[in-house]
Design a protein around this ligand. Structure first.
Ligand code: GLN
Length: 481
């Protein structure tokens, strides 16, 4: 049952939120042993929320647009009094004193949070294998990764443990796992959704966004969580998108661009698989058949995104993660002096990928190397903004693959960070530019696993990404691939 159908049934009194919850908790109980989508299932707190929804309906009040819909929260969203780990040992035992704004907004809309989902430690990774608590398995094939870093949330939605889920996307962490698990995932325009209460990885890139089984459900969730928040100074003022209202507008007359460098054209990046490229082409053909015009666009700096990202993101992370010093949060390993205690706590608390990022970032920011590395990455970022602005003078949206391949086998890429990093080649540019992007399932690869196609738009084009995704969803369902 879709999120919107559940909400309609609960609002009308036809179904009780507590019954909906029980049904989903039973599915989690039966299936999550094999999948490990959740770090923590908060059944008691969820029951209280569901009872409050039922009580509102009984009183004749409207509990909101997501009434009684179970949602999964990535475990880097702060939840008051409930452990929030970032899948790291360093946050062991920590219970945030406040809720993230997205959590507050979802509750106010009647949604029922059922637990905290697994992720790559501090959201650093593309497979959820960097979790301190063990990997998540892809519900479509348990021998494969679910993608990452929001792999737990993607798996929860794909396994139908929850109709909706919340993820965060710094370089692709919503869109790539959505593609790998065959669900819809959307990264909003930077500032469209409040980051208050999202544990920071790279603050100039991080955005929170929705996961769902359908474009309409994802749009409904986006509409609830988007909008200004005085608690996040980077949230956009006076921005109140209503994606649900544009889903049936179609794409007639819309100008669609295909990024040559990310779609197998001349000068294309390495590693894009033939089946993923074929599905992407079919998606573009479907948009043309629906009345869009299509043109190839060159965005040369898109090929530099990966290099720039792996300087900017670790640089910001090295600063953001300095706060885990054993003093205020989570794990403390005692030692004779404060300095030694800091070192011992961080050594024991962080996993290898997080340590690698902190070292990379500290190096890129250090005196003598700043201009050559961090400064240069910022120049690439500016150049990319300019090139995308030029592209959007010619077209309304851009279409690319979401990820270079379908979901790969667990363990295949853990030994070589570079093979892991290349997963984000198509998603990273829109984090560097702050633009929105959505991944929508479009057919399957040679291995029978889902392929995701990505729709990109300029800043504040969030509604447009949903509008185009909706057409692709219909085309995919019609057997276009
Ligand atoms: N996979 C990318 C990384 O490892 C992106 C992660 C993310 O978006 N949080 O940094």
């Amino acid at each position: 049952m879709s999120a919107l159908d559940i909400a309609a049934a609960v609002r009308s009194g036809e179904r009780r939120a507590t019954d909906v919850l029980d049904e989903h908790l039973a599915r989690i109980e039966a299936g999550d042993g094999d999948i490990h989508a959740f770090n923590l299932v908060t059944a008691d707190a969820a029951r209280e929320e569901a009872e409050a929804v039922d009580a509102a309906v009984a009183r004749g009040d409207d509990p909101g647009p997501l009434a009684g819909v179970p949602v999964a929260l990535k475990d880097n969203m702060c939840t008051r009094g409930i452990p929030t780990t970032c899948s790291s040992k360093v946050l062991e035992g920590w219970r945030p004193p406040y809720d993230a704004t997205v959590v507050t907004r979802l509750r106010a809309a009647g949604a029922v949070a059922v637990g905290k989902t697994n992720l790559d430690e501090f959201a650093m990774g593309s497979s959820t294998e960097n979790s301190a608590f063990g990997p998540t398995h892809n519900p479509r094939d348990l021998t494969r990764v679910p993608g990452g870093s929001s792999g737990g949330t993607a798996a929860s939605v794909a396994a139908d443990f929850t109709p909706l889920g919340i993820g965060s996307d710094t370089g692709g962490s919503i869109r790539q796992p959505a593609a790998f698990c065959g669900v819809v995932g959307m990264k909003p325009t930077y500032g469209a959704v409040s980051r208050y209460g999202l544990i920071a990885f790279a603050s100039s890139l991080d955005q929170i966004g929705p996961f769902a089984s359908s474009v309409a459900d994802a749009a409904a969730m986006f509409d609830v969580i988007a909008g200004p928040d005085p608690r996040d100074s980077t949230s956009i003022r006076d921005y109140a998108p209503n994606a649900s209202s544009v889903l049936d507008r179609g794409v007639a007359g819309l100008r669609v661009g295909v990024i040559r460098e990310l779609s197998g054209g001349a000068g294309t990046v390495d590693g894009l698989s033939a089946d993923v490229l074929a599905r992407t082409q079919e998606a573009v053909d479907a948009l043309a058949a629906a009345g869009a015009t299509v043109e190839e666009i060159s965005v040369p700096s898109a090929t530099l995104g990966l290099s720039a990202y792996y300087l900017v993101a670790p640089a910001e992370a090295s600063s953001n993660l300095a706060r885990y010093d054993g003093v205020r949060y989570g794990l403390r390993v005692d030692a004779p002096t404060t300095g030694e205690m800091n070192t011992a706590s961080r050594t024991a608390g962080f996993g290898p990928e997080v340590k690698r990022r902190i070292m990379l970032g500290t190096y890129a920011l250090s005196a003598g190397y700043y201009d050559a590395f961090y400064g240069k990455a910022l120049k690439v970022r500016t150049m990319m903004l300019r090139e995308f602005a030029e592209a959007y003078e010619k077209v309304d949206v851009l279409v690319t693959p979401t990820a270079p391949t379908t979901a790969f086998p667990l363990g295949e890429r853990t030994a070589d960070p570079m093979t892991m990093y290349v997963n984000d080649v198509c998603t990273i540019p829109s984090n560097l530019t702050g633009h929105p992007g959505i991944s929508v399932p479009f057919g399957i690869g040679e291995d029978g696993l889902p392929v995701g196609v990505q729709v990109l738009a300029p800043a504040l084009g969030d509604e447009l990404t949903f509008q185009v995704a909706s057409v692709l969803e219909a085309a995919a369902a019609g057997g276009a691939s």
